[in-house]
Ligand binder design. Structure first.
Ligand code: FE2
Length: 382
């Protein structure tokens, strides 16, 4: 797969050309830091055995040759050549110019709007629990869209946590390991709300926020009460397109969030509504008007513009064409990536009950399970 290798810049780097036409340079120190040699990386657990001060930046390569579907490199002062796998190097190319100012999406993600209704399938509990490819397809949806649906799960309290344990771990909070979202419609009892809730991300008053939310339906006999999801990344891209200044205001100033609705609980966080990495990659959306505290980190001169930007973002999120709506039946569940996808509930009425059970979990465990499944089940698209 590798056609040629050249030692360049007086040994400070190696240039590799693959048969597919790809060409990339790798610094000698970078190769040394990522060397698979047993003195550098533990062959058992794969962990690095050296620290950064043992990586000499002036290191030179004296020889680099294509061999065994990879490159064999000799570092100056080292007698033992080191073999780098060609596919590994190809996957870890960093020799490309990325524009630093452009807003980008994380790897493997795709932005979506209401059109996703036609593509977002419903996975089956009996299949994901018995077939690795089906489980992989289910988890791939979360990574790609930030939302996935499941049907045919047991209709019993606690089942939502069993689903979380299929890929990771429940994140327990002050609401408990599992919480119930009950709203009863009864003319004699107005205490339970049937009001709609604007699309929001959960718990922005935590830092870090729970990165996944699972909501399972135990009962839904009301009229309406649709579940709605909105891609916050897409909404941020729309905002950046329609009003770059509004996008920058929400990105560049910290908002504040709080929750103190229970005795002994005073949760607060100070984070921007749109969080972007230093290279322009979208990181996280926090949008929840019920939990925004008094905003005090925006200068007086920009506060009015900030509120304008906040309202603009809200108006984009509320657009019907941004939303995917579905009705959960008992035994159905959806998961959202709470860093990205907002969820909502439409107003409902009539007789009947609506009982959902939810739990939080974290995306690191899900991604780990998905990566292991990918390694196990091969490269074919799930
Ligand atoms: Fe919520």
């Amino acid at each position: 797969m590798i056609s040629t290798t050249d030692v360049i810049d007086e040994g400070r780097a190696v240039r590799i050309r693959w048969r597919d036409g790809t060409e990339a340079r790798f610094h000698a120190f970078w190769l040394y830091d990522n060397s698979p040699a047993p003195a550098i990386r533990d062959p058992g657990n794969g962990q690095r055995l050296i620290t950064i001060d043992q990586v000499p930046l002036a290191l030179r390569v004296t020889q680099a040759e294509a061999a065994d579907n990879g490159v064999t490199v000799v570092f100056a002062g080292d007698a033992e050549p080191v073999h780098f796998d060609g596919a590994w190097l190809h996957r870890h190319i960093y020799d490309h110019a990325k524009p630093l100012t452009q807003t980008t999406l994380p790897e493997h993600t795709e932005p979506w709007d209401g059109e996703l209704s036609h593509q977002l399938g419903v996975h089956r509990f009996d299949e994901i629990t018995t077939d690795a490819q089906a489980k992989r397809a289910w988890l791939t949806d979360i990574r790609r869209w930030g939302v996935t649906r499941l049907s045919g799960m047991p209709v019993r309290p606690g089942a939502v946590a069993e689903v979380a344990r299929l890929f990771g771990y429940v994140r327990e909070t002050n609401y408990g390991p599992v919480f119930q979202v009950r709203a009863e419609v009864s003319p004699t009892n107005l205490a339970y709300t049937n009001a709609g809730l604007q699309a929001h991300t959960d718990n922005p008053y935590r830092d870090p926020v729970p990165t996944l939310q699972l909501l399972a339906c135990l009962e839904n006999s009301v009229d309406g009460g649709m579940s709605v999801v909105v891609d916050g990344f897409k909404a941020a891209l729309v905002l950046a397109d329609e009003a770059p200044d509004d996008f920058r205001l929400l990105r560049d100033h910290a908002a504040r969030y709080e929750y103190a609705g229970q005795a002994g609980v005073r949760l607060t966080a100070r984070r921007p509504m749109i969080e972007v990495g230093p290279d322009g990659m979208l990181g996280q959306i926090r949008f929840n008007s019920r939990s925004v505290a008094a905003l005090t980190d925006i200068p007086y001169a920009r506060m009015e513009a900030y509120y304008g930007a906040y309202r603009h973002f809200s108006e984009i999120i509320d657009r019907p064409q941004m939303q995917v709506a579905f009705r959960l039946a008992p035994g159905e569940l959806f998961i959202v990536d709470n860093r990205r996808v907002l969820h909502a509930r439409s107003t409902f009425g009539g007789a009947g009950n609506r009982l959902l059970e939810g739990c939080y979990a974290d995306v690191d465990g899900l991604y780990s399970t998905l990566s292991a499944l990918e390694a196990e089940t091969g490269e074919q698209a799930a």
